[in-house]
Each structure stands twice: as C-alpha cells, then as structure tokens.
Design a protein around this ligand. Structure first.
Ligand code: SF4
Length: 688
C-alpha cells in the first residue's frame, strides 16, 4: 500500500444520534471522516443508517470545540492547564462538602456518554463525595416508561429486540415520531408492512410519516392515551377476549384490576379522547385477532403528568392479551439518546446503583460499601428536577453537569438558568461552550465518541463497543479520564487503565451485567442484558416468567385524575419533538455543516385552519406566550397538525427554544417534566 492509503483507517463505532444503536465502520484519514460503512453483521441495523449516522460527523472537527479547560474570571473565561482546573474543582468541592455537607453537591451525568462514564460519575458522587444526588437526562424522557414497566413486569427495558418489533403481526406506536426519531427502526416496520402485511396502528397528535403510512391513524386529544388504552383493555375483558391461560399462569391482581376499569367505558373514552366508540371496538378486535402484538412508545406518552401511568396502561393491555414472553410481542419504549438506556443501567440515578439495585436496600449498599471502602447514605438522592428546586431553596450549592445542555433541554429554562446563577460553584464538562456552560465557573473540555473507547447500550438493551477512531482535539480528554483524575485529587486513586477496567468492576458488582466484558464485546459482538456470569445474554427479556419472587407479573390499577387543558386565553396546545436532521437540541448537529445546511432553522408548525383564522401565511413571524415564557419563530403551515395543535421542533437553542414555554409540571411518579403539556396564546409579529 502507498503512504497515502496507509493513513486511511477503518474503525468500528456506534452511532451517537439515537437509541437504535446502529454500528458501522468509520473510515478516517488524519482527522477527516471519509465515510461511514455499515456491516451486514451490525446487529441493530445491518447495512442501513440514516442521514445523521451517515453524514453527521463533521462536528468533531468544528472550530468551536473546546480544547483547553476554562476558568471563569468575572464575565469571561480564561484558558488554563488541566492541573490548575482540576485542583481548583477538587478544592471547591472539598470546601463545599466541609461547609455545607455532601448533599449540598449534585451531579448530572450524560446519556450521550458511555456506560463506563455513567459508572464513574455515580462512583464519584457516592464514594468520593458521599451523596446520592446523581441523575441523568433519562429523567427528561424515559423514566416514566421505566416506572410503568417496573410496576408491572419487573424490568424497565424493552421486552425484546428490534427483530421482535419487525416480527410482530401488529405494531402499535403511541406518541412516537418513529420515522424521524428512530429512522432505521422505522424502516424495519415499513418493511414488515410490505413483506407480510404487518398491521401498523399509529396514535399521535401529529400526522407524521408513520401516521401517513399506518393502516389506522388516530389523533386522541393530548394527554388522554391512558383513557383509550384502558377502555380498549376493558372492552377486551368485557367480551371475554382476554388471554385466560396466560393470565392464570403468569399474572397477579386480575380481579382488582378488572374492577378498577369500571369507569373506562367506551362512552367515557370517546368523550375524553375523541376516538369514536366503534373505532375503539375495532382496535380491540384487531389486537385480539392476531397472535403477536408489540407496542412502541416515546415522549408523546412519557412527557405528561400521567406519563408513568400511561406507560403502565400499555403494559396492562399487553398482559391482559398475553403479549409478553414470546418473540414478536412486548413493550418497547423507544430510547431517544444513544445511551439513555445505559446511563441509567450503570447507576447515574439517585435511587439505583448499577443494574437497578436499590440504594435503600441494606445488602446492596453493603456490597458497594465493601468494594469502595466508604459508607453510602441509605436515602436516595435528588433527581434532576429536585436538584434545580434545591438550588432555588438554598440547599444545593454546587452542580457538576456532564455533557448535558440542561439550560436548554430542561423544562422552564428561565427558571433553570436562574438556578444556575445562584450556585456557589458550577462545573460543566462538554465539547462546546453550550448555553449551560456559559453559566459555569469551570468548563472541562471532553471528547466525542469517535475520540474514545467505551460501550453504549441501545434501546434493545444491547451493549456495544466503540473503538477510538481519532485522537482528542487539543487538550480535550474522555469524560471517564477527567472524572478519574478528579477522584484522584480528592484522595481516591481508582487506577483504571482503560474503560475495560471500569466495565470489569461494574460487572463484578452488578448481577445484571455479571458476564459483561470487553473480551466478549469485540468488534460487532454485543450482549443484551441481563448477562449471566458465563456470558449468556437475554435477547428476549421474559422467558420463564417475570423477575418477581412468584415469577408473576402484576396488573396495576390506574386513575385518570390529572387533566391538562387549554383555556380561553391560552387557547393553543404546543407539542414538540425531533426532526429527522437534528439530534435533540442540535448542539452537535448544528456544528455539522452537512446537516445544518439541510435544516438551518427551527419553525413553528400550525394548521391551515389556524393560519386562516389568524391571518398568517407560510413564513410569517409569530410569538407564542405561555405562563412560563415566550418564543418567537417563523410559521410553517402544514396539515400534519390540525386545529389548535401547534408543533415546535426542539432543535433550537435560541429564541425558538421550546423550553422557554414549558413550565414546572411533572409526571407525578418520576418528576419527568410534562414537556408536552403547554398552553400558549399567539401574537402575530409579521403576517408576511
Ligand atoms: Fe444513528 Fe439512529 Fe440514524 Fe441509526 S437510526 S444511524 S442510530 S441516528
């Protein structure tokens, strides 16, 4: 090979842009990403990728990458060496802990970072500082789904693999814009529809691509999914269509649950959801007429005050119809960030150690205390939402945020940014000078996935390795290394040589990952948790019952008692979500020229009816005002939304950032912000 060819390298990596977890070889020459090449043996995606996975990599060479640690001096930042930055952080953490106690410090981990990085972040909080105040951004999205599944079937993860969704005879998606948020997974559904007539039923406020492709598309009123789900389940039981054999063998609490359904009549459901009674009957009939049903859901379900309960209603329906424990069936909360599953799995949660072992459980705590040589508080710590509240209450004085633009993606960001201003000491670790980082006292430059090793866990609980394709830019360093250095300065020498050592430690402490090791994860090999000590993994999560003492799942009675509505003044409902081109708030994808040129700005989607009523046209400039704040943006008139439904993509960190509008309402069980429950009024600035 010539010198020229020799410099071209091929490295296996895992996409960072959604929970599907596509893997591929990335071809690089020096720092240039030449192309991305998926492999036949990529478990989640085969030879497919979407636009983000294929073209979204030039952000790693963005001029705006942070290359040096920064320390605030008055209103600006000065570059310093690592020693100075880390010594400063260590000394401030020590002071605050000494003056105000360990619980005066909080830690927010990143669902974009690796499993190993989530593990060391919670270890820093629990072992080195001595607090359980550690959380991650699954609090903003998936906690309600996890809660709903924990209550009913015992594990919080997807019941099977993406292959199972493809194999189902009927797929129901609820509150999921699958074609744009999980493109490669959506293409599996589209294929199954064509290949063997898989039935696709889509429930959403907005008629996106999957809504258009669906065999049946329904637009229930915002926040009422729990009602139609419960009504359909009740109707199935009333007709005697429930799966008796399955329920008798594998399910508890049927009678109590059945009783609780009394109020969910078809009339009641029609009135609340807007879905006609005949349609509800035909949905029920369709579900029981096939053998394998899989239900996928996303933020349209979880980001409501009843997000956990609605997720529970999904699981109840699956249990009553026997749609668990077999291939092609089950519950599939579609994870948004590439590692939102793994970040929670590996313990960056206030109430759980790695593998969902409870902090409050004495035996579990002992295991970690023995391994780490410290005492760990028995009380669960504060979640993201509670940390922000605690700052306002003067109880939390220091925050360390890793890879999360909290000041853009949390709800009610005026309130969140006001909290940042009150902190005594604020550390942000990121690739760029994000909106959040601008409030920091110290900014530590981290590296993106292409510049480090580690593992991510995708939506199907699949742990996959990424290899280092490029060297870090400037002085930036992988998150795990930075956290380890900091622990060292706080008198805890961890001595990991590589992320593989971290995984070994996690596997030795968390039974869920007992058999996980880098040796078993080479190249395109992967493992779906739980992984037994001998390395046997679990593609289908429930095989012989459910993880309760009696192996039986639980039906969980529900109320529909938290209703959110618009009123005469705040008369429009704002929904929000992703667009195909961008990842989340866009901090990475806006730095990719290939992508941002295709979708430069966010926009406000309104219906043709509303446009006519308010006298605005395509491109008009409007202001939306909620009880919490306001945004301005340009109008896009489309029949994807109808009536007084308005849609705002969340890829904007400027004046159209949706979280100026969201307020402090949360899911009652998990504190996940009710991002989807916003009432606004509209002011027209320019009709165009
Ligand atoms: Fe990446 Fe998701 Fe697209 Fe796959 S579907 S390439 S994981 S963004």
């Amino acid at each position: 090979a010539s010198m020229r060819e020799e410099r071209i390298e091929k490295t296996k990596t895992v996409c960072t842009y959604c929970g599907v977890g596509c893997t591929f070889d990335v071809w690089t020459k020096d720092r240039k990403v030449l192309k991305v090449e998926p492999q036949q043996d990529s478990p989640a995606n085969g030879i497919s990728t979407c636009i983000k996975g294929k073209f979204g990599w030039d952000y790693v060479n963005s001029e705006e990458r942070l290359t040096k640690p920064l320390i605030r001096q008055d209103d600006s930042f000065v570059e310093v060496e690592w020693d100075e930055a880390l010594d400063y952080v260590a000394s401030r953490f020590t002071e605050i802990k000494k003056d105000k106690g360990a619980d005066a410090l909080g830690f927010i981990s990143s669902s974009k970072a690796t499993n190993e990085e989530s593990y060391v972040m919670q270890k820093l909080a629990r072992q080195v500082i001595g607090t359980n105040n550690v959380d991650n951004c699954s609090r903003y999205c998936q906690s309600p789904a996890t809660k709903g599944l924990f209550r009913t079937v015992g594990h919080g993860g997807d019941s099977g693999s993406i292959d199972d969704i493809a194999e189902a005879e009927m797929v129901i998606t609820i509150g999921s814009n699958t074609a744009e948020s999980h493109p490669v997974l959506a293409s599996r559904i589209k294929r199954s529809q064509k290949l063997f007539g898989q039935k696709l039923y889509v429930f959403d406020l907005r008629k996106h691509e999957m809504g258009q492709r669906a065999d049946k598309f329904y637009q229930p009123k915002s926040g009422t999914d729990l009602v139609w789900l419960s009504a359909v389940t009740k109707y199935i039981i009333d007709q005697g269509w429930e799966n008796r054999a399955f329920i008798e063998k594998w399910v508890n609490d049927f009678d109590v649950y059945r009783e609780s359904l009394n109020k969910f009549t078809l009339e009641y459901a029609e009135e609340l959801t807007g879905i006609p009674q005949d349609e509800l009957k035909s949905i029920a009939k369709q579900i029981v007429s096939v053998d394998k049903v899989a239900i996928c859901w996303a933020m349209g379900v979880t980001q409501h005050q009843l997000g956990s309960d609605t997720s529970t209603a999904i699981s109840n329906l699956l249990l009553v119809t026997g749609n668990y424990m077999r291939n092609g069936t089950g519950a599939y909360p579609l994870r948004g960030h590439n590692n939102v599953q793994g970040c929670s799995d590996f313990g960056s949660m206030p109430n759980f150690f790695p593998g969902y072992d409870k902090v409050a459980d004495d035996a579990v705590r002992k295991r970690y205390e023995n391994a780490w040589g410290v005492e760990i508080p028995a009380e669960p710590g504060k979640d993201n939402h509670e940390m922000i509240e605690a700052i306002h209450a003067g109880e939390l004085h220091s925050l360390y945020v890793l890879g999360e633009d909290t000041g853009v993606v949390d709800a009610n960001i005026n309130y969140v940014r006001a909290a940042f201003e009150q902190l005594d000491f604020f550390v942000v670790q990121d690739l760029f000078l994000t909106k959040t980082a601008q409030y920091a006292d110290v900014i530590l430059p981290a590296v993106p996935s292409l510049e480090k090793e580690g593992t991510f866990t995708n939506t199907e609980r699949r742990i996959q390795r990424l290899y280092k394709a490029l060297d870090p830019v400037g002085d930036s360093r992988p998150d795990w290394e930075i956290i380890m250095e900091l622990a060292g300065r706080l008198d805890y020498e961890w001595g990991y040589d590589s992320p593989s050592d971290i995984m070994d430690e996690a596997a030795s402490l968390a039974p869920l990952f007992a058999g996980v090791s880098y040796g078993r994860l080479t190249d395109y090999n992967s493992l779906q948790w739980p992984v037994a000590a001998d390395g046997t993994d679990t593609p289908l999560l429930y095989v012989e019952g459910f993880p309760f003492d009696d192996k039986k799942a639980r039906l969980y009675p529900l109320e529909f008692d938290l209703r959110y509505e618009t009123d005469d003044e705040y008369d429009l409902h704002v929904n929000n979500g992703r667009v195909l081109e961008h990842f989340h708030e866009g901090n990475m994808t806006y730095k990719s020229k290939a992508i941002s040129s295709k979708m430069p700005n966010a926009f406000i989607e309104i219906s043709p009816e509303l446009a006519e009523e308010r006298g605005v046209r395509e491109g008009a400039e409007i202001k939306l005002i909620s009880h919490a704040g306001e945004v301005t943006g340009l109008v896009h008139v489309t029949d994807r939304v109808s009536g007084k439904e308005v849609y705002l993509p969340l890829n904007d960190n400027g004046k159209t950032a949706v979280n100026f509008l969201t307020d402090n309402n949360v899911d009652k069980d998990t504190n996940t912000p009710a991002y989807k429950e916003i009432a606004v009024r509209m002011e027209v600035l320019k009709t165009k």
